[in-house]
Design a protein around this ligand. Sequence first.
Ligand code: URA
Length: 194
Amino acid sequence: MRSGHSPEGEELPPDFRESLRSLSEAIRSCTRCPLAEWRTKAVPGEGPDRADILLVGEAPGRDEDLAGRPFVGRAGSVLDSCLNDAGIERSRVFITNVVKCRPPENRRPRKAEVEACWPYLEAQIELVEPKAVILMGNAATKAVLDVEGVTSLRGRVFREIFLATFHPAAVLRNRNLKEALVSDLLVAKEKAEG
Ligand code: URA
């Protein structure tokens, strides 16, 4: 996993890594990067305290920013449909994003924003202890594995637990990608069950 991030900015609360609850509280009151000024609600992520599969998206969109929950808009419907096709119950996976606040106009999160938010994702992975972490899209793949190019990376397991795949929003633009996303979810499911 990536390490060595040391962004300038606000200190993290000393107990933020203790539980998913303390982590969510720290995220909801976070002002470590300028995205804090834009958000309606921070979106810490959701799911069971322990989950075999953890999904990582890019950043909350408009619907997520209003709801404070990940993947509840159009990309969320695609994700739900893919999970359903793969026979994975949404309530049994942990769903989060690289950055927890919506970037203005849904632009890609900037490097400094990803770095400021990194300790939260790292702590979520540590606390949830997933057997498979699915990195959906280039932002998640870059943030965690420090490589880009989901198309060539997808379907393979990196560092024991990480798998890259397409972002559900890419499926909205090109429905043909759905099959690949579902097939990658099935690889993760098998890994989680094995
Ligand atoms: N896109 C993401 O990457 N994350 C969300 O939560 C919603 C849309």
